[in-house]
Write a protein that binds this ligand. Structure first.
Ligand code: ZN
Length: 153
């Protein structure tokens, strides 16, 4: 059963890695940031369209390993339509999930969103790949804060 779940997660990551969602340039972006993970060679540019404090739309472009692309794809799907405060909360929780495999802060709010990100929790077993999974979220934070460059730290 555990192996089946693992296979399913693997399948989902490969699918998002091959066909990333929201892989496009926005014409009317209000915020953007670049993310770079030199350890693996993952690079991306993320664009946001903020309307008030709601992330109305997101698009990313770039290239990298399947994990980085799948993570960015899932991130854009999860954050779309959220407030900037919710986006920051998701980012903090996802980074905890990717580093430890568990999410102690995941309470009732945003539980569905965290469930969708669960397939990437397995990266915590591979410390060198954690940055691949968190790059999109670091880039999201940078874009929300209006800065242009995101490091992988
Ligand atoms: Zn990578």
């Amino acid at each position: 059963m555990f192996d089946d779940l693992r296979d399913l997660y693997q399948e989902l990551i490969l699918d998002h890695g091959r066909k990333p969602r929201n892989f496009r340039r926005l014409d009317d972006a209000t915020n953007h940031a670049r993310g770079d993970n030199p350890m693996c060679g993952d690079r991306m540019e993320l664009q946001l369209k903020l309307s008030g404090d709601v992330v109305e739309d997101l698009g990313f472009q770039g290239r990298g390993c399947a994990i980085s692309m799948a993570s960015a794809s899932l991130m854009t799907e999860t954050v779309k339509g959220k407030t900037t405060a919710q986006a920051h909360a998701l980012s903090d929780r996802f980074r905890a999930l990717a580093m430890t495999g568990t999410c102690p802060d995941c309470g009732a709010d945003l539980a569905d969103e965290m469930e969708r990100l669960q397939p990437l929790a397995g990266v915590h077993e591979f410390p060198s790949r954690v940055k691949c999974a968190t790059l999109a979220w670091h880039t999201l934070n940078a874009a929300l804060e209006g800065s242009k460059e995101a490091s992988s730290e």
